[in-house]
Design a protein around this ligand. Structure first.
Ligand SMILES: [Zn+2]
Length: 151
């Protein structure tokens, strides 16, 4: 793999993990590490063997609302019906899908129907990455200065 591609993917993974962490830490009382794990989960599809075909490809089934709902439902069931954990998982995986859905490749919103529409925004460009990090840092800073967090 080319060094530029490795760097691109590393920054994209870090961004998904950081956005998930910030959202879970900022808006739930769940363990913020859930945000890292589930913010990255959809890109686990990079581990699919190359010979597999759609929907078991990058930006296939793991990047669909149906998959996200299944994961959130499973998290809810496996966490003894903890709404906090389910909300954390939903925020993290939802942020990943929201970011990727805006990219030129988009996601299959209507899976199992294949769709190709996307606004085509450069969501992993340096500027957009900077914006996502700035928003995430703002969430973390405002959360740490929130008087409720001193309880
Ligand atoms: Zn992705």
């Amino acid at each position: 793999m080319e060094p530029n591609r490795v760097l691109f993917l590393a920054v994209a993974f870090l961004t998904h993990a950081f956005v998930g962490y910030a959202l879970v830490r900022g808006f739930t009382d769940a363990d913020p590490r859930l945000g890292i794990v589930f913010g990255l989960l959809p890109d686990g599809d990079f581990l699919f063997p190359v010979v597999w075909e759609w929907p078991f490809v990058h930006r296939g089934i793991t990047h669909t609302p149906l998959f996200a709902l299944t994961v959130v439902g499973s998290a809810y069931a496996l966490s003894s019906r903890s709404r906090e954990s389910a909300a954390a998982v939903g925020l993290a995986i939802g942020s990943h899908l929201a970011i990727d859905s805006l990219s030129p490749r988009g996601i299959d919103w209507l899976f199992p129907i294949e769709t190709t529409w996307s606004p085509g925004l450069p969501v992993h460009s340096p500027i957009t990455t900077g914006l996502l990090w700035a928003v995430s840092i703002t969430i973390l800073v405002s959360q740490s200065t929130d008087p409720r967090s001193n309880e």
